[in-house]
Design a protein around this ligand. Structure first.
Ligand SMILES: [Zn+2]
Length: 306
């Protein structure tokens, strides 16, 4: 059988697309579950008569494993809604393998990127949100979806559950230092927008990858990225060859190890992260998303089908 292939062009990726890993599910509140394969993490909710699932898990096989994990946690309720946290295929591709009839909620910018991308298996959102803050009321569940501005990917939405004091923010802050190269992160305002979430009342932090965190871990994740920004700028003054991974790894690693060396993944990732951040300062940022007031995205250039 041939799997939906996203934007892959090589037939040799079929084995990757088909793999169905074991997922670990954990109940966080009366109607809220988190689920992870050790890499990607997501969230799903029990509505009165249906399930609301965030994202789709990254491949067709993982989407099927996700559906089975949902069915065993919440038996007898169909997935009625999928909410895309952002456009990336490793989180929101392959809804065609999760639930073809579900309503799909996403930010308008996310929907426009998906419309133009035409990735195989990535379904177009049916309900598009515009703006920074939305009170959501679906099938007996109430929560908020938040897009403070460009942070990661296109049209990123985080979810806040005030009653349960849970914040879910996929692919943004982590409770560790395993960020790597930060592709498609909009660094100019990233930490500022993320810190803004600390104005919300939450105690449990659910990231889009790896282990769960709490409010303190979220705050420290902001501190860490800010420290990488500061040290990367200092590298210019010290004439560090900023395009050399080892040089950035040594320079920024040494500067930050006393305060952040205990973070999981620090030694393996701090160099890559610094390499990305230093080029942000060298070049001036990532297009329109990385301006100080990023209100000028090319949203009006793209028309979505009705
Ligand atoms: Zn992403």
């Amino acid at each position: 059988m041939s799997e939906h292939r996203g934007i892959f062009t090589s037939d040799r990726v079929q084995a990757y697309l088909a793999e169905e890993p074991a997922l670990e599910t954990e109940q966080l509140a009366d109607r809220i579950w988190t689920v992870s394969d050790g890499q990607v993490r997501s969230l799903f909710l029990a509505g009165d008569s249906s399930v609301i699932a965030f994202d789709t898990f990254g491949t067709p096989g993982r989407a099927r494993a996700y559906r089975r994990a949902i069915e065993s946690a919440i038996p007898g309720k169909p997935i009625g809604t999928i909410i895309y946290t952002h456009d990336h295929l490793d989180h929101a591709g392959y809804a065609a393998d999760l639930a073809t009839d579900a309503e799909i909620v996403a930010d308008e910018i996310c929907a426009k990127v998906i419309h133009l991308r035409e990735a195989d298996g990535q379904l177009l959102p049916t309900r598009r949100l515009t703006g920074k803050r939305h009170r959501i009321d679906i099938d007996g569940l109430e929560f908020e979806l938040l897009n403070p501005g460009p942070t990661h990917g296109s049209g990123h939405l985080s979810a806040w559950f005030p009653q349960e004091r849970i914040l879910f923010s996929s692919d943004t802050i982590l409770a560790n230092a395993r960020y790597g190269l930060l592709p498609d992160y909009h660094l100019a305002n990233f930490v500022r927008f993320m810190r803004g979430f600390l104005d919300l009342d939450f105690e449990t932090f659910v990231p889009g990858r790896f282990e769960l965190g709490d409010r303190a871990a979220f705050s420290r994740g902001c501190d860490y990225l800010e420290a990488v920004h500061v040290a990367s700028q200092q590298a210019f003054v010290e004439m560090v060859p900023i395009w050399v991974l080892d040089a950035m790894q040594n320079y920024v690693g040494e500067k930050l190890r006393p305060e952040f060396g205990d973070l999981d993944g620090f030694d393996a990732h701090v160099g890559l992260t610094a390499l990305r951040v230093v080029h942000h300062y060298l070049m001036g940022g990532w297009s329109l998303e990385d301006t100080p007031e990023p209100g000028y995205l090319l949203a009006d250039e793209v028309r979505l089908p009705d």
